[in-house]
Design a protein around this ligand. Structure first.
Ligand code: 16G
Length: 256
């Protein structure tokens, strides 16, 4: 049921009730980048304190549903991007969404594999790997930071190839003949660290999704990437199947 006014007797905190009202307003009436009513208007309209109104708005900003522009007000954010659950590249994914993919090299080097990297790529400790830290953008908006490791043996000379606004997967395929055919990914919640926050345009302590991906070519692990995705811009969506109880058939047969 739609909440249209604040119920002072409800066990639901008032800021949560206002959050629901604002979400309804966003979904029913407001387009992306539309200005929402000011704090003052919301205080007057719903008979709430300024603190309560601010808390509701702060929560929606933290969730990525609203964004603030200093001196202008609070606006409706674009819908979140669904994180692909396929072995797709950032470039392909953004192009499929009609957005312009971008990539900026933050660091490039050849390093000795650390324990974690060596385990992920099936290498010995200290084996040479290309280490790349890239800021990924969509329509110039920062979306993710990717820290990727590729065995030097897999792509000798990759250090001389610029990755600015280019696709690593495409370069691996076209220049090094590496066709990725399998991948695995772990996704967990995290908090952005002080180094990544300004690059992603986030406040320190904001939520992020930490994604670890290993991708393989003909059974061999060729890429290990740890990505930090903005929690306010990404969400996950998965289809769910029903698991039929394994004994259902047998029980049915017994009843006959
Ligand atoms: C995706 C992958 C990342 C890969 C990159 C290649 C996730 C979580 N990560 O962002 O592992 O390195 O694509 O993209 O999806 P590119 O070919 O555009 O450089």
């Amino acid at each position: 049921m739609k909440t249209v006014s604040i119920n002072p007797r409800s066990s639901v905190p008032k800021y949560s009730q206002l959050r629901e009202i604002l979400l309804d307003l966003i979904e029913a009436e407001l387009a992306y980048d539309a200005l929402i009513p000011s704090e003052r208007e919301l205080v007057d309209r719903y008979g709430l304190s300024r603190m309560t109104v601010r808390q509701a708005i702060n929560n929606l900003v933290a969730e990525g549903r609203l964004y603030r522009v200093a001196g202008k007000g609070t606006f409706v954010a674009r819908p979140k991007v669904e994180m692909p659950l396929r072995l797709t590249s950032f470039t392909e994914d953004m192009i499929a969404r009609g957005q312009r993919p971008g990539s900026r090299d933050l660091e490039r080097s050849i390093d000795g594999a650390s324990g974690q990297v060596a385990r992920a790529l099936g290498l010995n400790l200290g084996d040479a790997v290309h280490a790349m830290v890239r800021l990924r953008t969509a329509d110039l908006v920062p979306m993710a930071i990717e820290r990727s490791y590729i065995p030097v043996q897999v792509a000798p000379g990759l250090e001389d190839v610029t990755l600015t606004d280019r696709s690593l997967y495409e370069i691996l395929a076209t220049r090094f003949g590496v066709a990725l055919d399998h991948g695995e990914q772990t996704i967990e919640a995290g908090i952005v660290d002080a180094e990544d926050a300004p690059l992603l345009g986030l406040r320190p302590g904001s939520a992020v999704l930490l994604v670890e991906r290993r991708s393989f070519a003909q059974g061999r692990p060729v890429e290990f990437t740890i990505s930090t995705y903005r929690g306010d811009r990404y969400q996950l969506h998965v289809g769910l199947d029903v698991t039929l109880p394994p004994l259902a058939g047998a029980l049915g047969a017994m009843r006959v």
